[in-house]
Each structure stands twice: as structure tokens, then as C-alpha cells.
Design a protein around this ligand. Structure first.
Ligand code: NDP
Length: 260
């Protein structure tokens, strides 16, 4: 039976959420937000010390948190991490594929290795981590939620970020592919497309007066977004409130993609 009050619809108590790349930026904000909605949280990045620090910070905020340091782009590392969670009796009900990197270079100067690294981290990793999570969700028979983090570049290109653009466009259709195959197991897979959000990834752009002015002039909200402004959409897509929503992408961008 679905929950009967609107508050209960968004309650994540009793659920466990793995958020990849959650030691800082958007991932940390989503881990905190899902935790505040009641979920137990598994924090991830490649750096064990940063994972431990984020876990401690979340526990200070009264959130049940644990760490799982692994490289989302390395298949063996992903498989080992899920086996370790299995051994500890941790079942992932909610997966947020958030870990990502950027590499700015015009295509005429772009090395194949950098193209590959960006595609591996931003797209292939979401398949790898999604596959391991979904295999277990299917076996348990309790359904699950997968949220893949896209971008404005899931929809439109921008010079100097071709592999990122192609990966984020792939994320949009990866969610639809997951929905196509896993909806029958009561798994919902959707994407969030954030606009320009102030995080470490964008530090140089925020400090660049020309880029900052372009963001403010192009976006009808006339400002950058904050990581915490993605939490409401993530909680919605992680909760029973979205049980019949599948394969969608929701842009949280201040209206940017809706205007000319
Ligand atoms: P940050 O650079 O601030 O944080 C990225 C996180 O991902 C860190 O925790 C980092 O930890 C982790 N990470 C990177 N590579 C790996 C890996 N191979 N395995 C495990 N963890 C990894 O990025 P943001 O918070 O800005 O971005 C988060 C997501 O949101 C990304 O997918 C990004 O593309 C997307 N996004 C961001 C926007 C923005 O404006 N900021 C806009 C649209 C989308 P470590 O490096 O220590 O492993």
C-alpha cells in the first residue's frame, strides 16, 4: 500500500541511499538531504580520508552514515565495494549516480585518453554502479530508485566540453534504458539536470568575471544555483512520491533551458 499522507510520501526512513561522489559539492548536499529525509547514507569518493571526513560530518548532523571509498569508473573496484556492502548487510534502496569530472579542451586539441576518462567517469560508471545496485534490487524484490545526475549538456552542447556533453546526453538515455529494462521490477530510474551550480568543479568559472556575467545574463533566475537547491527533486525521485515516474529528466536550472 502506498503511504497515505503527503509527508509520508516523501519519507525515506528505513531506506539506504548510496550517493557516489558525495564527499563534497552536489553529492554531499544530496547525501545530507536524503539523510535528513530519513535515509541511511553511504558516502563515496576515491579518497578514503575525504569519505571518512564526510561520514563524520553527516553523523554530526544526526544522520546514519557509512563510507565506501571506491573508483566508480573501475569495474573491479565497483564490484568489490558492493560485495563488501553485501558482507556488512547493507542493501542499497536508492542509488544516486553523481560522481563526475570535467575536462575543458577544444576537440581539435583533445587527447583520446582524456575523452575516454571523462566518458568512463561520467557515463560508463553510472552503468557499472547502476548494474551492481539493480542486480541486488531485483534479487531482493523490493524495487528501488536510481537517480542519474545529468546536466544542461544532456540537452545542448557547449564548446570545449565535448566528452562531458556526450556523457551527460548519454545519462539521459541511460535512465530511459534502465526504466525500459527494470520498471517491471519496480525500479524507477530518472535523471536530474542541474544548471550551473557553485561547487569546486566550477570554482574557476565562478571566479572568471566574463563567465559569471554570461551565467547571470543567460539564466532567467540571473544567478548560479546552490547544491542544496537540488535536494527537493532528489528526495522526490528517491521516494514513494515518484513511484509511477520513470525514465524522466528534471532540469533544476532556474529556467535556463526554457528560454531563448
Ligand atoms: P565536485 O568536483 O565538487 O565533486 C565531485 C565528486 O565526485 C567528488 O566527491 C569526487 O571525489 C567524486 N569523484 C570524481 N571522480 C570519481 C570517481 N572516479 N570515483 C568516485 N568518486 C569520484 O563536482 P560537483 O559537485 O560540481 O558535481 C557533481 C555532479 O553533478 C557531477 O556528475 C557533475 O557533472 C554534475 N553537474 C554539476 C554541475 C555544476 O554546476 N557543479 C552542473 C551540472 C551537473 P574524488 O575526486 O576525491 O574522488
Amino acid at each position: 500500500m502506498p503511504p497515505t499522507t503527503s509527508r509520508a510520501l516523501f519519507d525515506l526512513t528505513g531506506r539506504t541511499a548510496l550517493v557516489t561522489g558525495s564527499t563534497r559539492g552536489i553529492g554531499y548536499a544530496l547525501a545530507l538531504g536524503l539523510g535528513q529525509a530519513g535515509a541511511e547514507v553511504v558516502v563515496n569518493s576515491r579518497q578514503p580520508a575525504a569519505v571518512d571526513a564526510a561520514v563524520a560530518q553527516l553523523r554530526d548532523a544526526d544522520i546514519a552514515a557509512r563510507g565506501a571509498a571506491f573508483d566508480v569508473a573501475d569495474e573491479a573496484s565497483v564490484v568489490r565495494a558492493f560485495e563488501a556492502l553485501d558482507r556488512d548487510g547493507v542493501s542499497v534502496d536508492i542509488l544516486v549516480n553523481n560522481a563526475g569530472i570535467q575536462h575543458r579542451k577544444p576537440m581539435l586539441e583533445l587527447e583520446l585518453a582524456d575523452w575516454q576518462r571523462v566518458i568512463d567517469t561520467n557515463l560508463t560508471a553510472a552503468f557499472l554502479v547502476g548494474r551492481e545496485a539493480a542486480r541486488r534490487m531485483v534479487a531482493r524484490g523490493r524495487g528501488g530508485k536510481i537517480i542519474n545526475i545529468g546536466s544542461l549538456t544532456s540537452e545542448a552542447a557547449r564548446a570545449t566540453v565535448a566528452p562531458y556533453t556526450v556523457a551527460k546526453a548519454g545519462i539521459k538515455l541511460l535512465s530511459k534504458s534502465m526504466a525500459a529494462e527494470w520498471a517491471k521490477h519496480d525500479i524507477q530510474a530518472n535523471s536530474i539536470g542541474p544548471g550551473y551550480i557553485v561547487t569546486d568543479m566550477n570554482e574557476a568559472l565562478v571566479k572568471n568575471p566574463e563567465f559569471d556575467a554570461w551565467v547571470k545574463a543567460s539564466n532567467p533566475a540571473q544567478r548560479w544555483g546552490r547544491p542544496d537547491e537540488l535536494v527537493g527533486t532528489a528526495v522526490y525521485l528517491a521516494s514513494a512520491a515518484s513511484n509511477y515516474v520513470n525514465g524522466q529528466i528534471i532540469y533544476v536550472d532556474g529556467g535556463w533551458l526554457s528560454v531563448l
